[in-house]
Design a binder for this molecule. Sequence first.
Ligand SMILES: [Zn+2]
Length: 400
Amino acid sequence: MKYIIFLGDGMADEPMEELDGKTPLQAAFTPNMDSIARKGQSGTFLTLPEGFPTSSDVANLSVLGYDLATCYTGRGPLESASQGIDLAPNQIAFRCNLITVREGILEDYSGGHVSNEDARALIYALQEAFGSDEVCFYPGVSYRNLLILTGEKFSEDLKYAKPDSSQDMKVDKILLKPKSKAAKYTAEFVNDLTRRSCALLENHPTNMRRLKDGEPAANLIWPWSPGKKPNFIPFEEKYGKKGAVISAVDVIFGIAFFARMEQIKVPGATGFIDTNYEGKAEAAIRALEKNDFVYLHVEAIDEVGHLGKLDLKIKAIEDFDRRCIGHFLKHFKGDLTSAVLPDHPVPVKKRKHTRTPVPVSICGPALKPDAVLMYDEVACLKGALGLMKGDQLMRRLFGL
Ligand SMILES: [Zn+2]
């Protein structure tokens, strides 16, 4: 038996007036997801329990059944790992977004989805200006970069604003705050770095060119979700299955790194709506030749949810259904148990993650179909799986 999870990042939503009270998942044409629901069992899954940030790293760790209390230290260390940076015990890694600020307001958490090339130029300039034994900037994918601090005097015990949930807010009000006395110095140190980044970035030729081309300037750094190196039980040890992940984003590869799962990068996988859906499906088929399980993650849907673009969200859901799930199901040969779910909702109206449990459907020879016929937020509420938490979803998938 082979196993796959089709993970549509941020796919769940809420009923919308524009859709006559339907959710985007209900409104979109999704025959492949619906077939998983119809042939299998459905339910909901709590991916973002209270007490943890409402972020994708937490949510994807939840889906994979990892205990958040012992495994989750922050997004920074996960993304560092996926870049091959092995954090020392005295190092703290922050995710460092390149964002757009206008008149003191956080306008865009992604610097206009700044290109890799532009981001790289800006991050190198930051490193040249501010890099030291204590401060190091690393370029990542697009706006998703890293800041690593080295030294015993630094603490990760910080309250931070998640930039994609803080759009239209006043930057001054949402800078880092210490959660303990030990972190006071770090908060001041990083906030000072953030403020000083503005002048450098605004005057950088890359941003000058972006403005001339009508693109937003990526004119501020936004360091958040700091943490030290975490410790996981390897996936294979936990479930007795060999696993691989397919994604475009570092945070998912970071999880795979610590879970010791194979990390598969697909040419043309961009983390946005122009991603290579078919390529991901084909990579999953190949990966299942030597693995028992594939986690096929698609970021695009989340990104357009944050942009508040309903039409693009529906298109991204339909592309995911047809070009990724459909393509996989059409070409995969063998016994399969598959699941479809998002990691968390990103309601288009709210443009940020919510903790509402997500709809999930699982289909495989060991699961007797329940009465659910469609895959969506409403239909799955009536499914036989009920509300799942912790590692219940993975155990259902694997029949453990
Ligand atoms: Zn997400």
